[in-house]
Design a protein around this ligand. Structure first.
Ligand code: NAD
Ligand code: TYD
Length: 353
């Protein structure tokens, strides 16, 4: 592999992308890292302020839906690899506005594929289009079984349908144009810098503000949780050691019912704040279920673990504790992003006005 790579990372001001950018900028000073992000509601340069002045870091504000600009950027910067994370990522938003998901997740991905195809042409040596996807493309599991890389796609939400579509296009470009590609499909991430529309940071924020903790339906849906820094490390390993054309599932064998998870989170926050026992659990409120709510996700990551040297580095107990610590010591981060448009989203989603 070339030593001085020029890597385009999309969505690097978002939750997972910021951890990937930080890891690559610090670990590989010989690489030039270009972080392309349109800074939507989910993008926040504060997430990567600590690497913003590094010599090998460059920020580009652009919308991947803008075909011409994407092509120009490829011409100007001569990227030789892409790690593509930019996406609309929240299921509830995809239910109220599916077209935004088609635009960014499908058209945006195609614009990047076309720009890479056009610039890389027949010179595909040392090139890589690494597409970051989700386990949600596989649909919903019943009480047993796991998602394997060979599980048939069966997306059930507008979000997962748009991600599945983008995965199909990446594979089609690999097959048709011999584009060097890798895809990874990861389970639910948690950790520092996650936007408080997702379950864990939303509950932490609500506990801190003594607001109800909205649990959809009966809270019996199951998710498989992975610490975001472990996902970033998996992305690093797959980027460097993944085989051309392959798919890798990423997950930590860590399934939790939503209600059990929210209760565990309440206990951790209460312990850290010296609250009386069960103080925060009183805030748990069962609310109307999400439309088409997937019942259970569970990843079998044995291919990644056996073929590529990766396993999660933290237990859920430690990961959740570190996550709560981060949110407790970064309350101004939370206040900044919840002060504006977030209020409208929250009131609409949870009908609090
Ligand atoms: P996020 O919503 O926190 O961040 C998305 C980032 O993409 C933001 O910085 C946003 O500004 C940027 N973006 C959105 N639309 C854009 C556009 N049109 N042009 C340029 N930039 C744009 O998302 P995340 O949770 O960090 O997820 C990152 C990727 O990982 C996504 O592709 C998602 O599908 C995938 N993924 C997420 C999870 C999870 O649990 N969060 C799990 C598996 C896979
Ligand atoms: P979320 O963090 O939105 O991730 P995803 O939908 O991609 O799995 O939700 C995780 C689980 O928590 C999911 O089953 C929906 C549920 N949930 C709630 O019960 N209440 C909430 O307010 C949110 C945002 C999610």
């Amino acid at each position: 592999m070339k030593k001085n790579k020029r890597i385009l990372i999309t969505g690097g001001a978002g939750f997972i992308g910021s951890h990937v950018v930080r890891l690559f900028v610090k670990k590989y000073p010989e690489y030039e890292i270009f972080n392309l992000d349109d800074l939507t509601y989910a993008g926040n340069l504060e997430n990567i302020h600590d690497v913003s002045s590094a010599k090998n870091y460059h920020f580009i504000k652009e919308n991947i839906v803008n075909e011409k600009s994407v092509l120009e950027l490829f011409k100007t910067h001569k990227f030789d690899s892409i790690i593509h994370l930019a996406a609309e990522s929240h299921v509830d938003r995809s239910i109220s506005d599916p077209m935004a998901f088609v635009q960014t997740n499908v058209i945006g991905t195609l614009n990047l594929l076309n720009a890479a195809k056009s610039l890389w042409k027949d010179n595909l040596e040392d090139k890589l289009f690494y597409h970051i996807s989700t386990d949600e493309v596989y649909g919903s599991l019943g009480e047993s079984g796991f998602f394997l890389e060979t599980t048939a796609y069966d997306p059930q939400s507008p979000y997962s349908a748009s991600k599945a579509s983008s995965d199909h296009f990446v594979r089609a470009y690999a097959n048709t144009y011999k584009m060097p590609t890798v895809i990874s499909n990861c389970s639910n991430n948690y950790g520092p810098n996650q936007f408080p529309e997702k379950l864990i940071p939303l509950c932490i924020n609500n506990i801190l503000n003594s607001r109800p903790l909205p649990v959809y339906g009966k809270g019996e849906n199951v998710r498989d949780w992975l610490y975001v820094i472990d996902h970033a490390k998996a992305i690093d390993n797959i980027f460097h050691h993944g085989k051309n054309g392959e798919t890798y599932n990423v997950g930590g064998l860590n399934e939790w019912k939503n209600i059990d998870l929210v209760q565990a989170l309440c206990d951790i926050v209460d312990a850290k704040l010296d609250n009386p026992k069960d103080h925060s659990k009183k805030l748990i409120t069962f609310v109307k279920d999400r439309a088409g709510h997937d019942e259970r996700y569970a990843i079998d990551a044995s291919k990644l673990m056996s073929e590529i040297n990766w396993k999660p580095s933290v237990t859920f107990e430690i990961g959740l504790s570190k996550t709560v610590d981060w949110y407790l010591s970064n309350q101004s981060w939370m206040q900044n992003i919840t002060s504006g448009e977030y209020k409208n989203y929250y009131n609409k989603q949870y009908q609090t006005t």
